[in-house]
Design a protein around this ligand. Structure first.
Ligand SMILES: C[C@H](O)[C@H](C)C(=O)SCCNC(=O)CCNC(=O)[C@H](O)C(C)(C)COP(=O)([O-])OP(=O)([O-])OC[C@H]1O[C@@H](n2cnc3c(N)ncnc32)[C@H](O)[C@@H]1OP(=O)([O-])[O-]
Length: 188
């Protein structure tokens, strides 16, 4: 699921809800599609923030759905629709942004991270490659050598390293959602 609220007057806040790590289940993907549509069609909403409930952004594809029949909207067009949004979209990253979770954040126009967050593309550790265009968006963002390192090792980076590499735009020790909403207001 994904919850939609309007905050600070003009920011649409989309909160991913799928304990324990807000993995991208069919319900969450459908929730993102529905809440994006709602935010994009609301004239009073000028920018968006995507976050995860319970202080974690997203652990990627829902491993509980591996080996089951695919249902719900696929991830690639969903992330593409976020990237193509005419209203700026900011990812508020707490806890983890891993695999499809980081790929979702890479489709957003800006990324704000909590200082204790971990980011990475660990697909290789499952015998997979990033399957939702992370292998395209990450090299575009930080260059081929740094992206290849992350994709082929699957290692997690700290928020400080993510900032230094250029994966995130800002790191905060305080409320990531508050910082992302402030950022979203500034770029609307
Ligand atoms: C399209 C895209 O390209 C593709 C193809 C993909 O995205 S492929 C998928 C990529 N994502 C991953 O590989 C992330 C795998 N997870 C982890 O690395 C870790 O879990 C963690 C996030 C760093 C947390 O570690 P932790 O030590 O704090 O606790 P935990 O005990 O391990 O985990 C805590 C609880 O979370 C559950 N969990 C963790 N990740 C999950 C996931 N992706 N889906 C569903 N549940 C997950 C886990 O089963 C456990 O549940 P329960 O036992 O409590 O019921």
């Amino acid at each position: 699921m994904a919850q939609y609220t309007r905050v600070a007057g003009s920011v649409g806040l989309i909160t991913l809800q799928n304990p324990p790590v807000n993995a991208l289940s069919a319900m969450v993907r459908q929730g993102i599609v529905d809440t994006m549509e709602r935010a994009l069609s609301a004239p009073e909403v000028k920018s968006l923030v995507i976050c995860g409930q319970k202080e974690t952004f997203c652990g990627g594809a829902d491993i509980r759905e591996f080996g089951t029949k695919m249902s719900g909207p696929p991830l690639i067009p969903l992330i593409h629709a976020i990237e193509a949004s005419t209203k700026p979209v900011v990812a508020a990253i707490e806890g983890v942004a891993l695999g499809g979770g980081l790929e979702l954040a890479l489709g957003c126009h800006y990324r704000i991270s909590h200082s204790k967050a971990k980011l990475g593309l660990p697909e290789v550790t499952l015998g997979l490659l990033p399957a939702a265009a992370g292998s395209q968006r990450l090299p575009r963002l930080i260059g081929v050598p740094a992206a290849l390192d992350l994709i082929t090792t699957g290692r997690h980076v700290t928020a400080a390293e993510a900032l230094q590499l250029g994966i995130v735009d800002q790191v905060t020790d305080h409320s990531t959602v508050d910082a992302a909403v402030k950022f979203a207001l500034s770029v609307a």
